[in-house]
Write a protein of this length. Structure first.
Length: 256
């Protein structure tokens, strides 16, 4: 369970990114967060693993993130896999090496530096690559992959961590429509098959409708919608965005 209680984030210079957020996300949920750029989506995700300075309370499976020590934060992050918009891969390294980075906190430092990964970790990495359908790319350089394949490596890296939670920050923002749907299907299937709590920030409303179950809408750092995505209508989206929906808010519209 992830729980936000009166959680706020104010960045240096006075920018208020989150304001008094109260949310509970249950184990195994698949949650999509939408909102304009600057609405607080990325800040909300980064609050979960202690990457931004939060006031109030954020708890992950009963552990308090706010005010946690470095060792406590490390323990919390062990259970949280992160997927990034820009993939964050080491291009010159193989796909396998990139996926094994998800195991860094589980092995002695000298092993990872020398590439002497335990056999069970290598097996976990291969299983993760198989789950996203690119196990045949295990020994290809990451820089030689397409954008969609690189994002799948990012998902596999998160899976190799054996996480209880996956946070995906705009995971399809730099992908074409066909690949975006493939990545979203991967994340949806992983959630269903493994029961990993999954929280995804999205810009495109048609993707949110196609794959989401619970929708959280942020506007100016506040939650303005929280409910079943099947119940969302265009008026709700206008409330979230503060304006009428434009083609740029839709994956297919932005691609044309």
């Amino acid at each position: 369970m992830i729980r936000f209680t009166n959680a706020s984030v104010v960045y240096p210079g006075g920018l208020k990114a989150l304001s008094g957020v109260d949310l509970t996300i249950e184990d195994g949920e698949f949650v999509v967060i939408v909102g304009l750029s600057g609405a607080g989506k990325s800040t909300l995700l980064r609050s979960v693993n202690g990457l931004v300075p939060v006031t109030g309370s954020v708890t992950v499976n009963g552990a308090e993130v706010v005010g946690a020590s470095k060792s406590e934060i490390r323990a919390i992050r062990t259970d949280i896999g992160m997927i990034f918009q820009t993939f964050n891969l080491v291009g010159r390294a193989t796909v396998m090496a990139n996926v094994l980075m998800g195991r860094l906190s589980m092995v002695p430092r000298w092993r990872s530096m020398l590439g002497l990964w335990p056999a069970e970790d290598r097996e976990l990495a291969l299983q993760a690559l198989e789950r996203v359908g690119i196990v045949e790319k295990a020994y290809v350089r990451a820089s030689d992959l397409s954008g969609g394949q690189q994002q799948r490596v990012g998902i596999a890296r998160a899976l190799a961590q054996d996480p209880k939670i996956i946070l995906a920050d705009e995971p399809v923002a730099s992908l074409d429509p066909v690949t975006s749907h493939m990545v979203m299907r991967d994340l949806q299937r992983i959630n269903r098959e493994l029961g990993i709590t999954t929280i995804i920030n999205l810009h495109f409303l048609d993707l949110a409708r196609a794959y989401g179950k619970r929708l959280i809408g942020l506007r100016d750092g506040q939650v303005v919608y929280d409910g079943d995505i099947a119940d969302v209508n265009d008026d709700d989206f206008r409330e979230i965005y503060g304006r009428a929906i434009t083609p740029d808010d839709l994956l297919e519209g932005a691609a044309t």
